[in-house]
Write a protein of this length. Structure first.
Length: 361
C-alpha cells in the first residue's frame, strides 16, 4: 500500500477523532481513542526526528545564549520548516534543546516555563511529569539558563531513547545525544567546548567538530558521515526572540555522502572569526607539538616541548580507538600493523585537546 501525504494522514487522524466524539458508548469511545493514540504514534514516525547530538550553552560575561546540533535525519523527507527547529533561544535568559521523538508542544511548554522564571531543573522535572503524550521515556532535553552573574544547566535522557544515549552537564552547558557511536562522541564534544578559544559561537562550533566522525550518529555510518544536517545559532542579549543574531545551517540528502559539519564550518567561517585551531605541524601558543611525517609508513614521531604527562590516542575515522597511552615528552608511534587509510591523533593536556588528521600510505 502506498503511503499518503502527511496532510492526508492528518485528515485521517481527524476523521478518527470525529468518529470517537460521536460514539454513544463510552467504552467503545475509549477503545477508539486507544486506537487513535497508536495511529498517532504510527504517523509520527514519519515526521518526528530522533535528533541525535546537540548542545545548549550560555556566556555569563556577554550574556549570549546558543544552541547547536546535528542528526542523521533527512530533513527533505520531513515537514520541518527550518534546520534549527530543535533549539529555542530566549535572549538574555537561556536556551532549550528538545530532541528524541521531538514534540513541538513539549518545546513550547519548556519555553513558557523558562519565560516564567523556572530553573532548568524545574523545567525538566515538569516536562517529565507533564509530557504531552505521557511518554517522557522517549524524550531528551538540554536546558541552560543565565542566573545572577552565573548560569545553571540540566539535562534529561529518557530510558527508552536509543543507545548509545546520554548527556553531559556543566555550569553553563548541557550536551546530549542518542543513537550515538558511543560515549566518546559526547566526551569529545565536551572537551572541545571547554578547551576552545573565542566567543560562544566558536565554542559551539568546536563542540560540533568534536562529533565530526563517521557514524557519530550510528545511522549515518553507511553514508560515510556523522549526520545529515547540522545547525548553530547564537543570540545576543538585545536580539528579538526567534531572530538570532547568528544562524548557520546545512541539510543534505541521505546518500549524498556530504559531511554537514564540514559544510557548516565553511558557512560559519564566513560570519565569525575564531582563534586558529591546532592542525598538522601547527604551533600552539601554549605548547609546541609536531607530528611527522605525514603521510607516514611505519612510524609517527611526536615532538613535544612539554614537561608534564599528556594523553595520546589514535582513532580511525569511525571513532574506533587504535591506541592510547600516557606520555611525557617526545615519543614514536609504531604503526606496522595499521591498515592504509586516514587516522586521527588526539593529544589531551590539562588545558586543551589537540587534533591531527594523518594518512598512512
Amino acid at each position: 500500500m502506498e503511503l499518503t501525504t502527511w496532510g492526508g494522514l492528518r485528515r485521517m487522524q481527524t476523521g478518527f477523532q470525529l468518529i470517537a466524539n460521536f460514539l454513544i458508548s463510552q467504552s467503545l469511545a475509549m477503545k477508539i481513542k486507544s486506537l487513535l493514540l497508536g495511529f498517532t504514534l504510527f504517523i509520527s514516525s514519519f515526521t518526528q526526528a530522533q535528533d541525535t547530538f546537540s548542545i545548549v550553552a550560555v556566556d555569563t560575561v556577554t550574556m549570549e545564549v546558543g544552541s547547536a546540533g546535528a542528526s542523521c535525519v533527512d530533513l527533505y523527507q520531513t515537514t520541518f520548516a527550518g534546520d534549527d527547529f530543535l533549539g529555542v533561544l530566549i535572549p538574555g535568559i537561556g536556551a532549550i534543546n528538545t530532541q528524541a521523538w521531538y514534540d513541538a508542544d513539549n518545546q513550547a511548554n519548556a519555553t513558557n516555563e523558562m519565560l516564567d522564571g523556572w530553573s532548568p531543573e524545574e523545567i525538566i522535572d515538569w516536562l517529565v511529569e507533564n509530557d504531552v503524550s505521557n511518554a517522557p521515556e522517549l524524550r531528551q532535553y538540554g536546558v541552560v539558563k543565565l542566573a545572577f552573574g552565573g548560569a545553571s544547566a540540566a539535562a534529561h535522557t529518557g530510558s527508552s531513547t536509543d543507545d548509545y544515549k546520554g548527556h553531559r552537564v556543566g555550569p553553563n552547558y548541557a550536551i546530549q545525544g542518542n543513537i550515538l557511536l558511543g560515549p566518546e562522541v559526547l566526551d569529545s564534544m565536551e572537551a572541545r567546548f571547554l578547551n576552545a578559544e573565542g566567543d560562544l559561537a566558536c565554542k559551539l562550533m568546536a563542540a560540533l567538530q568534536g562529533a565530526n566522525r563517521v557514524g557519530a550518529d550510528s545511522r549515518c555510518a553507511d553514508n560515510g558521515t556523522s549526520s545529515l544536517f547540522a545547525f548553530l545559532k547564537v543570540s545576543p542579549i538585545d536580539a528579538d526572540m526567534g531572530d538570532p543574531g547568528m544562524l548557520v545551517s546545512v541539510r543534505t540528502h541521505d546518500g549524498d555522502g556530504i559531511e554537514p559539519i564540514d559544510s557548516l564550518q565553511v558557512l560559519f567561517n564566513q560570519q565569525n572569526y575564531c582563534p586558529p585551531t591546532v592542525g598538522l605541524n601547527d604551533v600552539s601558543a601554549i605548547r609546541q607539538m609536531t607530528l611527522y611525517p605525514n603521510p607516514f609508513n611505519e612510524l609517527i614521531h611526536v615532538k613535544a616541548e612539554i614537561v608534564e604527562e599528556y594523553k595520546l590516542s589514535v582513532h580511525q575515522l569511525d571513532g574506533q580507538e587504535i591506541t592510547r597511552s600516557q606520555i611525557s615528552g617526545s615519543t614514536t608511534i609504531h604503526t606496522e600493523d595499521w591498515a592504509r587509510g586516514v587516522y586521527v591523533v588526539l593529544i589531551e593536556t590539562e588545558e586543551q585537546v589537540l587534533r591531527w588528521k594523518i594518512v598512512k600510505e
